[in-house]
Design a protein around this ligand. Structure first.
Ligand code: NDP
Ligand code: MG
Ligand code: MG
Length: 333
């Protein structure tokens, strides 16, 4: 049975005489830092100079210092940098400044689980991971709510580490929404699986294949875009509110019948076999190894694929159509 912690299970006063170092003022960093400060905690930001995030932290009333200085000042040190840079920053700036009794934190277990960050003797580590992007972590907190979060303890962590991690989760608003207990392995592996197989990889591949099939059959790309990409949001919004049941209740019976009889022909036993293979690559560390090595070669193939993907026809058609839909807060990157 799952364990869920709420406000009453966490004691903010444990953070009273402690300094929390937040390394990185990006999506999670800016949200968690401001929430903690509004919860009465003492927060110091480690953010390199010369970036818009530095100026953002200053405009929010912080006085950012280097990652090393922040790590040195912090009793709790949360590394909220991109996963692929955490290992190097940890080795150069954090590790030399850790003291016994410090608590090392993260919002995704990748680096600790796959051995890029290993807390030294006497230093505990825990994960506090909001299940939502930073802007939502901030906006929900400001409204008096909180984004549900996950908590996990590094094997061998003390009882005190758990209390501090729960207090941290309360400080960012997590315990208002509920904090689910998990492990580093479970959080890391399910997160990677979700983004690869369903959320990012699976959905992108499905949308592109549907679009290409219609266009190759001679239908107008604009029509294909609306059917295979634009309308996806309407369907996902229904999932979000009431699951598959509510989506099927809301669409026409024709669409519902097509769903039951045709969907399983798209995601087949063979697809599921491949999902299991991808999961196995995550569990065995193969994916982590691939991604970390890719970074050692300055993301050579990652950047090449990114360049190619950006010029897919669905992106060109989409850009034009979105500019016609003035109510969409359309974005260009
Ligand atoms: P972002 O990419 O938004 O933040 C990047 C931060 O790291 C910025 O402050 C950036 O500074 C700094 N940074 C980037 N590269 C370097 C570098 N080479 N050296 C020093 N600083 C650097 O990260 P996220 O907030 O998305 O992710 C942080 C952690 O939170 C990750 O572990 C992620 O998995 C986790 N997480 C993220 C979620 C999300 O929705 N974004 C959700 C849940 C967990 P600069 O401006 O100078 O580049
Ligand atoms: Mg992820
Ligand atoms: Mg239709």
């Amino acid at each position: 049975p799952v364990t869920i912690y709420y406000d009453d299970d966490a004691d903010l006063s444990l953070l009273k005489n402690k300094t929390i170092a937040i390394l990185g003022y990006g999506s999670q960093g800016h949200a968690q830092a401001q929430n903690l400060r509004d919860s009465g905690c003492n927060v110091i930001i480690g953010q390199r100079k010369g970036s818009p995030n530095y100026d953002l932290a200053v405009s929010h009333g912080f006085k950012p210092v280097s990652a090393a200085e922040a790590a040195e000042a912090g009793d709790l040190i949360n590394i909220l940098l991109p996963d692929e840079v955490q290992g190097d920053v940890y080795k150069a700036d954090v590790k030399p400044n850790l003291k016994p009794g410090n608590l090392l934190l993260c919002s995704h277990g990748f680096n600790i689980h796959f051995g890029q960050v290993t807390p030294p003797e006497g230093v505990d580590a825990a994960l506090v991971a909001p299940k939502g992007p930073g802007h939502l972590v901030r906006s929900e907190y400001v409204k008096g709510g909180g984004v549900p979060s996950l908590i996990a303890l590094y094997p061998g962590a003390s009882e005190n580490a758990k209390k501090l991690a729960l207090a941290y989760a309360k400080g960012i608003g997590g315990t208002r929404g509920g904090v689910i207990e998990t492990t580093f392995a479970e959080e890391t592996e399910t997160d990677l699986f979700g983004e690869q197989v369903v959320l990012c990889g699976g959905v992108s591949a499905l949308v592109k294949a549907g679009f290409e099939t219609l266009v190759e059959a001679g239908y107008q790309p604009e029509m294909a875009y609306f059917e295979c990409m634009h309308e996806l949001k309407l369907i996902v919004d229904l999932f979000y509110q009431g699951g598959l049941n509510y989506m099927r209740y809301s669409v026409s019976n024709t669409a519902e019948y097509g769903d039951y009889t045709r969907g399983p022909r798209i995601v087949t036993e063979e697809t599921k076999k491949e999902m299991k293979k991808i999961l196995e690559e995550i569990q065995s560390g193969k994916f982590a190894r691939d991604w970390l090595l890719e970074n050692k070669v300055n993301q050579a193939s990652f950047k090449a694929i990114r360049r190619r993907e950006r010029t897919h026809q669905i992106e060109k058609v989409g850009r034009e159509l979105r500019s016609m839909m003035t109510w969409i807060d359309s974005k260009e990157v």
